[in-house]
Write a protein that binds this ligand. Structure first.
Ligand code: UDP
Length: 364
């Protein structure tokens, strides 16, 4: 019987593993002999960044929690590697499944491969070309030792082929984050709280920011928020603040009656707000995918993206990190002149099923 270990560590991982676990559960219910273990590395550990997602997305309690949160990039990588190696020696699987591009993705794939355990990378092959982002390093190192790439786009396939990986390792399956989006859409709910009470559909913005390039320098964070306030015509801007952003936001002490800040929201509440928003302003990768599929205008405050399909076929535009460039994009959203979602191949809600089918077949 094939045994798989699934790794999750940080917020954007939870939406990606949930449908994979549910697909494994369906296989087991259908009598297929397959076993999986869920390992939480503990990279994100507070309730708002982790526990709430397990509840909302119906993810079972992890079989192991490695407690690898906190510290610098290297400290965190090291702590997760040490703990995950021990986990793998005690519970050796046939394959480790990692998702996305966080520290846990990198640390766990290295630990597995050094024990000669196969690695599958869900969302493999995407590249921003920007090595100043830790995520890009995580993607490159993970992909260099991956046995099965499960890809979200033709661009990812081309990147992998160009790097010399053979076609039989590349499985173009779509996007598990969109599986979760489609499955959970009927359950989206308006968040509770005074700041959300008077929001009108189509008449507010949602904003998220957590990349070091945007939030680590107080002045540039302030300049960007000022530019956003100037270009959104006084409409409410809901801003769930990522823990990384909170400290500097406090330091710059920015306040405006229509800038409505709150703690990170649950998945169902956050995506309720995105679905009904006039526009989304973000530096997140996952949010650009979700906004695209929900046909909501999205501007990305980054100079590059590893998800170019959200620009070519989705509703995303790359604005960059210079606040002066933002205004024309916001004007276009305000005037209702945004491009429409064209559909992205295989982002159909059935990606996890395809992944699990391929893995069960390969390891049975
Ligand atoms: N998200 C959420 N609550 C929030 C902000 C984001 O549930 O307050 C979700 C969002 O819908 C998406 C994921 O978190 O599924 C994106 O995570 P993040 O922006 O941390 O990571 P990235 O995609 O940039 O790697």
């Amino acid at each position: 019987m094939p045994i798989f270990t699934i790794v999750a560590g940080a917020r954007p991982n939870f939406m990606k593993i949930a449908p994979i676990i549910h697909a494994f559960q369906r296989q087991q219910e259908a009598g297929v002999a397959v076993s999986y273990r869920l390992v939480h590395t503990g990279q994100h550990y507070d309730k708002k960044m982790s526990g709430d997602f397990f509840e909302q997305l119906n993810i079972p309690e992890p079989d192991a929690n490695l407690g690898g949160g906190g510290g610098t990039q290297a400290e965190q990588t090291a702590a997760i590697m040490v703990a995950f190696e021990k986990e793998l020696i005690e519970n050796r699987p046939d394959l480790v499944i990692v998702v996305g591009d966080v520290t846990s993705t990198l640390a766990c794939s290295i630990a597995a491969k050094k024990l000669q355990i196969d690695v599958a990378h869900v969302e493999g092959g995407i590249r921003s070309g920007d090595l100043s982002m830790p995520e890009e390093i995580n993607r490159m190192v993970t992909d260099s030792i991956t046995d099965h790439f499960f890809t979200t786009s033709e661009i990812a396939n081309s990147n992998l082929r160009a790097a010399g990986f053979p076609d039989d390792k590349i499985h173009f399956v779509g996007n598990t984050m969109i599986d979760t989006l489609k499955a959970q859409m009927p359950f989206f709910k308006k968040p509770e709280g005074k700041i959300f009470e008077n929001l009108e559909a189509g008449n507010y913005f949602v904003m998220t920011m957590h990349r070091p390039a945007n939030v680590d320098q107080e002045q540039s964070l302030k300049d960007m928020i000022d530019a956003i306030l100037a270009g959104t015509g006084g409409l409410p801007i809901i801003f769930p603040v990522h823990p990384r952003t909170a400290k500097n936001l406090q330091a710059i002490g920015i306040q405006a009656p229509n800038l409505l800040m709150c703690e990170p929201l649950g998945y169902l509440e956050f995506n309720y707000l995105v679905k009904n928003a006039k526009g989304v302003i973000t530096d997140s990768g996952g949010v650009t995918e979700e906004a695209s599929v929900m046909n909501v205008p999205c501007v990305t405050l980054r100079d590059n993206t590893e998800r170019a399909e959200t620009i070519h076929l989705g509703t995303n535009e790359l604005v960059g990190t210079d606040p002066k460039k933002l205004r024309p994009y916001l004007d276009k959203i305000m005037k209702g002149e945004w491009k429409q979602y064209q559909g992205i191949p295989l982002w159909d809600g059935k990606t996890a099923e395809r992944i699990v089918e391929i893995l069960v077949k390969s390891y049975s």
